[in-house]
Design a protein around this ligand. Structure first.
Ligand code: MG
Length: 391
């Protein structure tokens, strides 16, 4: 089921056309941890592996202000309507017709997580419609305008959030059924009115909506905790070095990639000196020793393992230290093979292994001018510097 769901053609509409009455002005471009508020959720949706089409519904001023970012992220644009429902209708029109599932998200919810998007998409694939919601924490009072009319039982009440996810046909048919409807604060209410079952997906209290100035302060604090963007986030650097003998008849691995060559690096593992140096640099950045501690050369059970296993273990150590890799730069020193034509592939491989954007991975190679063991092609060495963010 999960594999089938992930193959479905998914789209997202991020609605950001609000006038921000309670905020004292439009909030789309307010600064939140060094980034316009709207961009946080747009980037989260763009990074989601299942969302193929992304539409932002907003106003001309916002599009102008975020033009460069939206171009970089390949975002489709649609104009905001008079009401939220009209904006959603405009967003739907900007999507191709082959979409199976659509997520509608509120641009004022910058803390939405990738996991929440996937859970709601899965629930919508199963049930037709799904809404993330958190159980109400306060006791509710129904008012007659002046006095308490009733105290409803809180356990039946949930506060709805976004992304609300639907089978494309369920959403479009429900909206078409009520063409004049304007006042609903979400599309789910129309889907319900059209007779569809809407699944509730238990969500996180941190997926807040920025409505009033104090929400922004709360979002800053939450973001500092979850994304390490606050004042407490600490940038650290680490250095790594490795050298291996080059011997005939072994495959040559560099950065997880096999490079065609008559020699390869001798080693207890696959001999990938570049991966070893990256891992040592990462461990160095969080003062967690070096790879020999986790993979001692005396341990015969790990003979010949892929250095990707070492990389996975190192990423695990980093996570346990509440840290993440931000950037890496490397120099490979040796006489042969010439590596310039392999730079792009090695960068791509390193980016994949360490979960980085390729723009944050650098690979360079230097000859050793014919001097010494490196110059005679008897060895290859690697130097790496990394930057790590510790929350
Ligand atoms: Mg090594």
């Amino acid at each position: 089921m999960a594999a089938k769901n992930s193959e479905q053609n998914c789209a997202a509409i991020i609605v950001a056309g609000g006038k921000g009455t309670r905020m004292g002005g439009p909030k789309q471009c307010l600064d939140l941890c060094g980034k316009p508020l709207l961009l946080h959720s747009v980037e989260t949706f763009r990074a989601n592996k299942r969302i193929k089409h992304l539409v932002v519904v907003s106003d001309a001023k916002t599009f102008k202000q975020l033009d460069k970012e939206f171009q970089r992220l390949g975002v489709r644009r649609a104009n905001g309507g008079e009401t939220r429902l009209q904006s959603v209708r405009n967003g739907l029109r900007a999507l191709p017709e082959c979409v199976d599932l659509v997520a509608v998200h509120d641009g004022a919810r910058p803390l939405v997580s990738d996991a929440a998007i996937n859970e709601c998409l899965d629930a919508a694939a199963r049930h037709g419609a799904a809404v993330p919601a958190a159980p109400v924490k306060d006791t509710l009072k129904e008012s007659d305008g002046r006095f308490v009319a009733k105290t409803p039982d809180r356990k039946f009440y949930w506060a709805a959030q976004t992304p609300q996810c639907y089978r494309f046909s369920v959403l479009t048919e429900s909206l078409a059924k009520f063409p004049k409807e304007k006042d609903s604060t979400d599309e789910s209410s129309l889907v319900e009115k059209a007779g569809h079952k809407v699944a509730l997906v238990k969500s996180d209290y941190s997926n807040i909506k920025i409505t009033t100035p104090e929400d922004l302060l709360l979002a800053q604090a939450l973001m500092a905790k979850t994304k390490g963007t606050g004042r407490n986030a600490e940038l650290r650097i680490g250095i790594g070095y490795d050298i291996h003998r080059m011997v005939p008849g072994r495959p040559l691995f560099l950065g997880g990639l096999q490079i065609p060559h008559s020699k390869g690096m001798l080693g207890h593992s696959d001999g990938d000196a570049l991966l070893h140096a990256v891992c040592d640099a990462m461990l160095g950045a969080v003062s967690a020793g070096e790879i020999g501690i986790y993979f001692p050369p005396t341990d015969l059970t790990i003979m010949g393992i892929s250095s990707r296993v070492i990389a996975e273990k190192t990423l695990e150590v980093l996570r346990s230290k509440n840290a993440e890799l931000v950037q890496l730069d490397s120099v490979i020193v040796g006489e042969s093979p010439k590596l310039m034509t392999h730079y792009a592939a090695i960068r791509k491989s390193l980016a994949e292994i360490f979960g980085l954007d390729e723009s944050n991975v650098s690979v360079k190679a230097k000859s050793h001018e014919g001097m010494g063991e490196l110059g005679r092609g008897e060895a290859l060495s690697c130097h790496v510097i990394v930057m790590v963010r510790k929350k």
